[in-house]
Design a protein around this ligand. Sequence first.
Ligand SMILES: Cc1cc2nc3c(=O)[nH]c(=O)nc-3n(C[C@H](O)[C@H](O)[C@H](O)COP(=O)(O)OP(=O)(O)OC[C@H]3O[C@@H](n4cnc5c(N)ncnc54)[C@H](O)[C@@H]3O)c2cc1C
Length: 404
Amino acid sequence: MDFDDTPDQAHLRVSVRKFLAEHDSELAHGDGAYLEEPGTDRVDELRHTQAVLFDGGLIGLTWPQAYGGGGRTNAQQAVVNEEMHRARVAGPIGHVGLGMCGPTVLRHGSEDQKERYIRRLLRADDIWCQLFSEPGSGSDLAALRTKAVRRDDGWHIQGQKVWTTLAQYSRYGILLCRTNPEATKHRGLTMFVVDMHAPGVTVRPLRQMNGHQSFNEVFFDDVVIDDSERLGDVDDGWRVALTTLMNERMAVGGGGGEIGVRSDALTAHAAQRLPQLSDDRRTLAVEALGKVLVESLAARYTGYRLQTSMEKGGRPGPEASAGKLTAVRVAHATADLGQRLLGDDAVFARSSDGDWRWATSQASTPGIALAGGADEILRNIIGERVLRLAPDRTPPQTKQAESR
Ligand SMILES: Cc1cc2nc3c(=O)[nH]c(=O)nc-3n(C[C@H](O)[C@H](O)[C@H](O)COP(=O)(O)OP(=O)(O)OC[C@H]3O[C@@H](n4cnc5c(N)ncnc54)[C@H](O)[C@@H]3O)c2cc1C
């Protein structure tokens, strides 16, 4: 791909930069969405930020205009992302909706659902969550047990989900349920949109090792969902879920974005800290820095290649899995080096100062490595679909290529 801006892109870049400068005081700033502790005050601030960006035409750039999107290209989206990154605008609070739920509703939802949900999702008027994982089914997602039974007044839901990011702030979620216990496990699933404020929904936040409470366990006790809230056909939910999962891998770094502390922050940190190190340690740190920066650039350009192919009509495939794997590795290496550059000062870093971000990122990346498909599962997908290696010996109904 050509890395120089076309005249159109250059024009867009100037106007985005101008918009961000003019609205700077209305925007929240920070590191990527995956490093945020979304306490209530911060959530309000982040919602406002997303609304300002949406009103300025900077959210949902590639989404259909009929539902509030910009109808523009992925390359134009990349320009906007770069400018937001440069201005250190905080990652969008609606990242689960933007990255996973919205694309799923757009692809499998009815016209009525798209009209009711998409614009509000883009503007963070409604926050969304993804209700897939259960205590007994993460990587082997299709083994899930939350039941949906059809009665006269709608689908009755009974069961439990876990690790549901943003559920405590969400108005809606996409919910994968078992509707046919007799069918093989990938065939008897159905996807719904669920109102998280409906009677029978209980959300309990969980604390992670980075100290944040960004995900939750969610209980469904005879929650009723109208059939008009189904996404896709009855018992065809696995196909719908694959749309979500592929978009999730694109969103979590697959598009070339950085998911931990950004590499320019690492460079600035290194410039400050390197002079304080002994010669030996400085040499090692410089080598490590070079390696992280090269990997980060490679991840970004590979992401651009994927975006270019999507612009030509492609869909996110195994490349998104490779992109997510690399983005996580870069985030991990960035956090480790940032922490090592602090040396003994790492012990004294506090949550109120900038040095804390390295520890937060170090404690967050193992979780990001699991979310949206654990590293081992993504490697299996690449092994089987890209390298054409023999599938593993798992029984057919839990085949890797079909699981997360
Ligand atoms: C920060 C975070 C946010 C999340 N947000 C959401 C969310 O919003 N919604 C949602 O539904 N879920 C969410 N999840 C859950 C996530 O999707 C699961 O954690 C993930 O799918 C792994 O499932 P598990 O935790 O049950 O681990 P397991 O599936 O039990 O896996 C444990 C380990 O075994 C390995 N393993 C499992 N099977 C195989 C195999 N066949 N071959 C090789 N290795 C294997 C895995 O790679 C992993 O290392 C989130 C998780 C995290 C950490």
